[in-house]
Design a protein around this ligand. Structure first.
Ligand code: MF3
Ligand code: CO
Length: 247
């Protein structure tokens, strides 16, 4: 079932979204060679709890941290640990909060120091995929319109769109209906209505779209070891232009 949020609920979701955005801005300043992924997680955890919010990832299906920190070929769900970032790495950071009962969920990929032109292109194209996709996130359009736009932009740049992990509805729960694939066919899929709130999150690999999992059951990597990037915000579907619930 897809819930339609009321204006006062959307306002609360905007506040939760602002907090995820602020957490990502805060952590960006700390992304330098030498910081460990566990230190990044600790800073994010403290940022969230000091803003009267709950880190929604911590304990979710047994996930052991407050952020996902995914380096280089790790697509998503990298578990923070002792790895220290190195110049030239790229790192995707995914943050979820519950503020006043409503969820925020957002991700960005950052470069560590000077990165290769190919890595920068992957980060840029992944961000562009998000914006290409949400052009179609309006009442009366379908999720296939959004998925096709994302897929076309990624593939026309020679990149692979991860299929097995997708975006999702979001609200009082982190994951709600509908599923929001980053691929598809225009004119197909769920019909969008005003008041739907969805997290759009392209995960784009520099090589194959295929993925594999580490034995920890979480860490998700590109199957060919190529770099991977992630860009996520939640949005509200309206009659007119899409509103990003993160300022
Ligand atoms: N942020 C992820 C998503 O967008 C979920 C994180 S999984 C968790 O769906 F286990 F880390 F919570
Ligand atoms: Co998400």
């Amino acid at each position: 079932m897809i819930t339609i949020k009321k204006p006062n609920e959307i306002e609360k979701m905007r506040v939760a979204g602002k907090l995820t955005g602020d957490a990502l801005k805060y952590i960006e300043e700390h992304i330098k060679p030498g910081i460990t992924t566990a230190q990044i997680n600790k800073l994010i955890h403290e940022f969230i709890t000091s803003h009267d919010a709950i880190p929604s990832f911590l304990g979710y299906r047994g996930y052991p941290a407050s952020a996902c920190v995914s380096v280089n070929d790790v697509v998503v769900h990298g578990i923070p640990g002792s790895y220290a970032l190195q110049e030239g790495d790229i790192v995707s950071i995914d943050v979820g909060v519950i503020k006043d009962g409503w969820n925020g969920d957002a991700a960005r990929t950052f470069g560590v120091g000077k990165i290769s032109a190919e890595a920068q292109k992957l980060i840029d194209v992944t961000r562009e995929c998000f914006f290409e996709g949400i052009k179609h996130a309006r009442a009366g359009r379908r999720l296939g319109d959004l998925g096709e736009a994302i897929q076309k932009h990624a593939e026309s740049n020679g990149f692979g769109v991860v299929r097995e992990m997708i975006g999702h509805g979001i609200g009082r729960n982190m994951h709600e209906d509908p599923s929001v694939p980053n691929y598809g066919k225009a004119g197909t899929g769920v019909l969008l209505k005003s008041g739907y709130t969805i997290a759009v999150e392209p995960m784009i690999n520099a090589g194959t779209f295929k993925i594999k999992f580490d034995s920890d059951g979480w860490t998700t990597r590109s199957a060919d070891g190529s770099l991977s990037a992630h860009y996520e915000n939640k949005i509200v579907v309206q009659d007119g232009e899409t509103l990003i619930l993160k300022l």
